[in-house]
Design a protein around this ligand. Sequence first.
Ligand SMILES: Cc1ncc(C[n+]2csc(CCOP(=O)(O)OP(=O)(O)O)c2C)c(N)n1
Ligand code: SF4
Ligand SMILES: [Mg+2]
Length: 282
Amino acid sequence: MSDTALKVADFKSDLKPIWCSGCGDFGVITPFYQALAEIQAVPKETVIVSGIGCSGRFPYFCNTYGFHGVHGRALPTAAGVKISRPDLKVIAVGGDGDGLGIGGGHIAHVARKNVDMTYILIDNSIYGLTKGQSSPTSPISMTSKTAPHTGIEEPLNPLLMFLSYHASFVARGYSGKPKNLKQLFVDAMNHKGFSILHIFSPCVSMNKQITFKTMNEIVKPLPDDWDTSNRLAAMEKALDEDTFWTGLVYQDERPTINDRLDSLEEKLGRYDGLSELLGQYK
Ligand SMILES: Cc1ncc(C[n+]2csc(CCOP(=O)(O)OP(=O)(O)O)c2C)c(N)n1
Ligand code: SF4
Ligand SMILES: [Mg+2]
């Protein structure tokens, strides 16, 4: 790397993360900075869009453009940025409440459009920022401020959902293994198409039931010879209730929505509204 190459410190903003001491999110942002440095992301051409939650604070701590939007709307906002400005690197970030509760409907549509961007879904099975309500991934046996006796709803299976939506890059990680996360971020940001990472990141303050200790017992990396083209086998791993398999689970190369818009424009040969609509931002 040349002397002018950007270093990890160049991607940290002047604001130090204000998460609780020991929060899993530190184990997400540290490898994320490292990955930005490894791919030599250009800060002025990188946009991080987030929803609301402790995890939604990500953009503040990164020396890139950022947009801390409304709860559950990180994905549509980020997709709009990428479709109108394909030259930018776009990353969306948010929590399990943000992305799977109020914003849960958006993932399927960004996946089927194959918008060329990365989504980091930071799951702690709790609403951390609002101090401990059950989330869409809280196990039914888990108690919380909104389930003082026991849960009464089945949890979602995010990995299975992303695979069934046919997202073109699906990975799973754990903030207790930040080294593995760095490579997943690099691969996700280099992927052409929609890359989604489901990252479990313990909330040490509001979720005393799923901890680093309980996670360490069930986290296992996928085998080295894992076939990332086999979606059915990936779904079987997602259905495994005893092991939290981590790594690149599934990857597929196919045209992005911007590729398809470009071919449509070429095919039409003349303007019908599309180029003007998109071209004004190019
Ligand atoms: C429309 C709307 N509804 C509810 C809220 C309150 N609210 C803010 S963050 C949040 C959930 C945060 O949980 P999660 O997305 O899992 O993020 P975490 O804090 O756990 O990282 C809720 C319900 C809000 N800000 N806006
Ligand atoms: S409440 Fe939980 S998720 Fe939020 S900063 Fe504290 S430990 Fe992290
Ligand atoms: Mg959460």
